[in-house]
Design a protein around this ligand. Sequence first.
Ligand SMILES: [Zn+2]
Length: 369
Amino acid sequence: MSEVLSLLKELIARPSVSPFDAGCQEIIAERLTRAGFVVESLRFGETDNLWARMGTGPVRLCFNGHTDVVPPGPIEEWSSDPFTPTERDGYLYGRGASDMKSGVAAMVVALERLAASGEADGLALLLTSDEEAKADDGTVRALRFLLERGEVIQSALVAEPTSVSVLGDICKPGRRGSLTGRITVQGVQGHVAYAHLAENAAHSLAPALSELVSERWDEGDDFFPPTSMQVWELRSGAGASNVIPGEAFVGLNFRNGPSSPAKVLIQRTEQIFAKHGVRFEAVWNASAVPFLSPPGALAEKVASAIRSVTGIETNLSTGGGTSDARHFVAEGIETIEFGLVPVAMHGIDERVRIADLERIAEVLFFVSA
Ligand SMILES: [Zn+2]
């Protein structure tokens, strides 16, 4: 059996719902110690982090990932138990199969093989058991601890599942940000037949909203598509056809690139409302800040490793949600995310294509050698 597959099965069998590691890191610590790595466990709060490194100089490449998974949801809807790894039709089923125990297993096996061939000097692995939940005591904290202690990390690869159709088609040098706005428009409620005594909140909102939806926020750039805005909720009305609504609500969500920071988007949106004379209150939440690691030597290595293992040319994209890659980027470390094609990640019947497991380990081997 593939070594990656057998380690992946062991990891899936441990129900490591955030922030609990459920013994995943223990298996990995034992294996990497045997391979010659110096392994430390860094526990902060309820979160287990693992740091494994080879050699004493600067870390030329640090692999990163998480051993935690999201809850399985209604277990009766799964075709097999989410924590019993099950092979079916070329796929391995189980919670974490895509996100991201397969990536973790591939990184560990690649590191073992690199150690065996004497090429692991300057390589490291940082794992956390909390990426999916609060994540305060995870990668961000462990990384800060390591850097403050004097570790030097030159580049980082996060093996989150970034591929879309086939292994290696997409890598991510960064991610877009996310900004949510909840805007309540105030009017004066009244009788439909006596409109001059009221102020229709829906009517006040309409022209501003029309301008908002046709606004071009930016043009995007080489790595980021133009910033997009979507209305996710729109409501008004007192529930009667003879009542003018005194209030209207619109929910907005922006997916933004670095050329339109949250502060700028908030300002521009509120200016549009103000220009139309709308009385409103806005509550904003920037849940993710956009980040980009300008592609350099590591991105080139990853592209060439993907080419030699899979024969395809990879593309750089910044789509999808956020990830721990941002913490490395914030420290000025060249970072890339590369991983498998996820199937039903966070969903029912999460699975991964078995045939890709050895191939991703092979790519990771070539990237690090
Ligand atoms: Zn993940």
